[in-house]
Design a protein. Sequence first.
Length: 255
Amino acid sequence: MKIITGALLPDSGEVTISGFDMLKNPIPAQKKIGYLPEHNPLYLEMYIREYLSFMGDLYGGVSAQRVEEIITLTGLSTESHKKIEQLSKGYRQRVGLAAALIHDPEILILDEPTTGLDPNQLIEIRQIIKNLGKDKIVLLSSHIMQEIQAVCDRVIVIHQGNLVLDKKMEALKNEKQIIEVAFDYRIEEKLLRQIPNVVSVENIFEFLYHLHFDTQEDMRSKVFDFANENGLKILQINHKHQDLEQLFSQLTASR
């Protein structure tokens, strides 16, 4: 993230932002970016409007109207008369987000933007980010997979400096499936692996199993057929999509 924003120089490779090479033309490239780092740097003794005007001055100055627009956009209106030190963690994150947006960047880069927020604050920040994504490119970095699933429409996984996944969220949801099935007694996993298209079997609890398939086709009928052919009694069966946390674990644990 720091290399993309120009805060850290790369050992190799290049970063191009809207046609500008970050190494050769850092100033025009950085003007295209709004950045909220993991540790939100704020001047706590400043008032919200004062701070946002100050941040706007760093980009050549912004109008008072722009400051008010950003305050409204990030849901800071009711707190805008306060000093930053008087704000909760959630509102401080909003101030950081507002500062990243003050110069109307094309690209917004957010590093762990929801860390430390309570459930209500999470929901509010998620919605703000999703709304921003309608008009801007938003690059969000997080180790919390639920946040990625809740906000993003494309997922990139980087492990030990290597790109191991780059796909649309919708494609991921449809790519693989999990059938959750319970039998009336414990079944040997090697028998369940004989079901067509099964790639792995997990014994979740006693007689409950997760069957992982490598196909988008709904395989519940195949599981029923296999159970009938082998004299197995199914107590319950559910169709589940593989969540991002499971996929991340599979991609990184085997490398």
